[in-house]
Write a protein that binds this ligand. Structure first.
Ligand code: RI2
Length: 314
């Protein structure tokens, strides 16, 4: 296979990953980030160009394809930025650095999920019932670790319309043997007094400690606040958003109306809104469990500064 065939195959593979992220065949902020890191690694390995300018241009094009897939996921933009941090001025050196960065990101992000489980499970007591929303591997890591540490816990899982990620959650909990109740999203306020804690994942944590997560999360946080039920967020540090330090607002992805109502276009006077995420103000969050420790939302800027290396512009 000559170099142009290898590069063509590389972009086909990368575009396939991008499409799987767009369609949510690959979903979950952590999984999306790892898939993007792997796709960039594969593209760099398949890219046989002689000149550094050509290599740089091609890698930039590949990164932009991936970044365009899910606008809200800061985990995606942070993982792409981390993988694309190469210093070498020659192609083989740059390729080596990209491969190393991708491997390091994938490995550290998986370790972070385990560490969050270890730290966050300490907030779960034996006898607790934990309510969770959508399908978050970080949140489930906390729940699974508490169970595996011998704590007698139960779970209430929301179905999480419109994409029903809650069915993935109950499948996971069934597999490991945790007694679980599935509820429709609008039943949360009816059952909240049966829950001793809420544990959810994160797509974005902003500089002031607010949470961007699956649509419906902010209503659950409001309900938990009213019921005095602890609201726990499980978030790897690469989900914290440096851009929000600079005043940027997080774009909330609007997905196809057909996810909510099949053939929505048949209506002449009805429009379907399908925001994929919402924002939970930091006032409604009790603790954010990261792999660096359990922090109050007010400490989020420190995570961005010290873990992601972003400073306020002077
Ligand atoms: P982990 C998911 O988004 C959900 O909002 C979930 O809470 C969040 O990503 C974090 O998931 P989507 O991909 O990284 O289902 O903890 O739209 O798995």
């Amino acid at each position: 296979m000559d170099s142009s065939d290898a590069a063509a195959l590389g972009i086909v593979r990368l575009e396939k990953t991008a499409q799987e992220i767009r369609t949510m065949e690959i979903r979950g902020a952590g999984r999306i980030a790892r898939a993007a890191a792997g796709a960039l690694k594969g593209y760099a390995e398949a890219l046989f160009v002689d000149d550094m300018e050509g290599f740089r241009e091609e890698m930039k094009r590949a990164a932009e394809i991936l970044l365009s897939t899910r606008p809200t996921a800061v985990s995606l933009s942070n993982s792409v930025a981390m993988v694309m941090r190469y210093q070498a001025s020659d192609v083989s050196g740059a390729r080596r650095e990209i491969v190393k960065n991708a491997d390091r990101f994938i490995s550290s992000s998986l370790k972070a999920v385990d560490r969050i489980g270890e730290i966050g499970s300490k907030r779960i007591r034996s006898g607790d019932t934990v309510l969770t929303h959508c399908n978050s591997e970080a949140a489930l890591s906390i729940i699974a670790r508490a169970y595996r540490d011998g704590k007698d816990i139960e779970v209430i899982a929301t179905e999480s319309r419109p994409r029903m990620q809650g069915l993935l959650t109950i499948g996971f909990l069934e597999e490991i043997g945790i007694s679980t109740e599935l509820i429709v999203d609008s039943a949360v306020r009816s059952v909240i007094n049966d829950a001793d804690a809420v544990v959810v994942g994160a797509d974005v944590i902003t500089a002031n400690g607010s949470l961007v997560n699956k649509i419906g999360t902010s209503q659950i946080a409001l309900i938990a606040h009213e019921a005095r039920t602890p609201f726990i967020v499980a978030a790897e540090t690469y989900k914290f958003s440096p851009a929000t330090i600079m005043g940027e607002l997080v774009e909330i992805e609007e997905r196809s109306p057909d996810e909510v109502l099949r053939d929505a276009g048949r209506y002449r006077h009805v429009r379907v809104r399908n925001p994929a995420f919402d924002v939970t103000p930091h006032q409604y969050i009790d603790v954010i469990c990261t792999e660096a420790g359990a922090i109050p939302p007010e400490m989020s800027y420190l995570i961005i500064k010290e873990r992601l290396g972003w400073e306020m512009n002077d």
